[in-house]
Write a protein that binds this ligand. Structure first.
Ligand code: NAD
Length: 443
């Protein structure tokens, strides 16, 4: 069992701390945020991730995990240093590696022989591994690129059952030492160089984003030619060359990874090829999905001004409280800008929403949020929405339009409840079904 340091106590770092402790390692986690470290020491996680509190509690109870703001303490005795700091997108669309540079500098200042292996899990600009290795040149200290593929909302499951482990190292012994840490997980391991490892992460997310936009374009064509989106997705997904994931039409992708990694690949394509249009189109299709909902509501009501729109779900997907680049939140804010009165219910993200978007009116339940609404938009696929009583929804609403932007409901069930129904896979509502203006409704 090894002493492992983790730098960055976030969505990746805490999962790795708890997961590696479960595998028997002793882990020290360093973060610059005193507040986060204080919370984590008492077993409270500053973000929502199913199964993680229990796993962390086990590691803390066994005294295998420690959180600190001190690099000196965190890195003392470490054989491996996992780097899990943020790499947000810059205004120009590339990856901001300033947190990574700061972390590597602190690691450099706080390590001494016997040198640990630095394992980079942050998603970085292609070539960063070699730049980082130069920082430690002269010492017998190796940097291994080990990109992370876990998905929020299922991160614990992904830690213990990864689809693959990618190890990019210029030093065979260092690469194999990192691979040995993962041996109990019995996952396929790809040994390669750092550049290929880094690019494989960006490429995976660019592909997933492309698949989502592909499905969304097909659903639009399907709407026009009368093809059923769900049937189409099923028929495609059974082809093993295509696969099932990320094929459902919906409000589009978001979160902290897909949009920024797609933008980074688009930048690379622009610099080195004539094919950046491919990725630009993927991003444009994604933006258009939100715009389609706004257009649908405007077509329906003439204007959304003073209309009450209930948005169910604000996070970028279910089982996370992550609001970064969330299409659901983006849609809610856009409707508020158009002077709609926007009711929002999200099962876990209310505290962050209150600070981030005070213009939205927050509710404690879906039924409370839809009360008096002219239209309801299901914007995140939280499982609790799929079991909602549609008759109760219809009775609570003022209007009758249900926009199922995540494809949760059956069109027949919605119609039986007296709802006008739209989803990206089933064109149920047409602009000619426009409602009367508000004044007429009131009189
Ligand atoms: N979130 C995901 O689902 C996911 C999946 C795969 C890869 N990634 C990549 O992993 C990296 C980390 O992402 P995340 O979502 O865990 O980030 P995060 O924002 O959730 O957490 C990062 C943590 O690092 C800390 N930090 C920042 N600078 C630091 C420094 N110099 N020293 C110590 N701590 C520092 C922050 O305080 C924060 O707690 C990113 O590059 C991301 O692209 C994320």
């Amino acid at each position: 069992m090894s002493n492992i340091a983790i730098v960055g106590a976030g969505h990746v770092g805490v999962v790795y701390a708890a997961g590696l402790a479960e595998l028997g390692h002793r882990v020290r986690v360093v973060d610059v945020s005193l507040k986060r470290v204080a919370m984590l020491r008492s077993g409270r996680i500053w973000f929502y991730e199913p199964g993680l509190p229990e796993l962390l509690a086990r590691g803390l109870a066994r005294r295998r995990i420690e959180f600190t703001t001190s690099y000196e303490r965190g890195l003392a005795k470490a054989r491996f240093v996992f780097v899990c700091v943020p790499t947000p997108t810059t205004a120009a669309g590339s990856l901001d590696d300033s947190y990574l540079r700061a972390a590597l500098t602190s690691i450099r200042q706080n390590t001494k022989p016997p040198w640990p292996v630095v394992v980079n899990k942050s998603t970085v600009p292609v070539g960063t591994g070699d730049v980082a290795a130069r920082l430690f040149e002269g010492e017998d200290m190796h940097v291994v690129s080990n990109p992370e593929f876990l998905a929020e909302g299922r991160a614990v499951e992904d830690f213990f059952h990864p689809s693959r482990i990618v190890i990019g190292s210029r030093n065979r012994i260092a690469g194999e030492a990192v691979a040995a840490l993962y041996a109990p997980l019995r996952a396929p391991v790809v040994h390669t160089d750092p550049v290929t490892a880094e690019f494989s992460k960006l490429a995976a997310n660019a592909f997933l984003a492309t698949k989502v936009s592909f499905a969304n374009v097909l659903s639009r064509i399907g709407e026009s030619v009368g093809a059923d989106g769900d049937g189409l997705a099923k028929a495609l997904s059974l082809d093993p060359r295509i696969g099932a994931g990320h094929l459902r039409a919906g409000l589009g992708f978001g979160g902290s990874c897909l949009p920024k990694d797609l933008a980074a690949v688009e930048q690379l394509a622009r610099r080195y090829t004539e094919s950046s249009g491919l990725f630009a189109a993927v991003a444009a299709v994604n933006r258009a999905q939100r715009a389609r909902i706004v257009d649908l509501l405007v077509d329906r009501f003439g204007t959304v001004q003073d209309r009450r729109i209930a948005i169910l779900g604000a996070t970028f997907k279910a089982n996370t409280d992550d609001l970064r680049d969330s299409p659901a939140l983006g849609l809610a804010c856009q409707l508020a800008e158009l002077h709609a009165s926007v009711n929002v219910y999200d099962p876990v993200a209310a505290p962050q929403l209150r600070a981030l978007a005070p213009q939205l009116v927050l509710f404690r339940s879906a039924l409370a949020a839809v009360r008096g609404a002219d239209a309801v938009v299901v914007a995140t696929e939280w499982p609790e929405f799929a079991t909602i009583d549609l008759l109760a929804v219809r009775r609570a609403m003022r209007g009758s339009l249900l926009v199922d932007a995540r494809g949760l409901f059956d069109v027949e069930a919605a119609h039986r409840a007296g709802l006008d129904y739209f989803s990206f896979s089933t064109a149920g509502v047409r602009p000619h079904e426009a409602e009367e203006p508000l004044e007429a409704v009131a009189s």
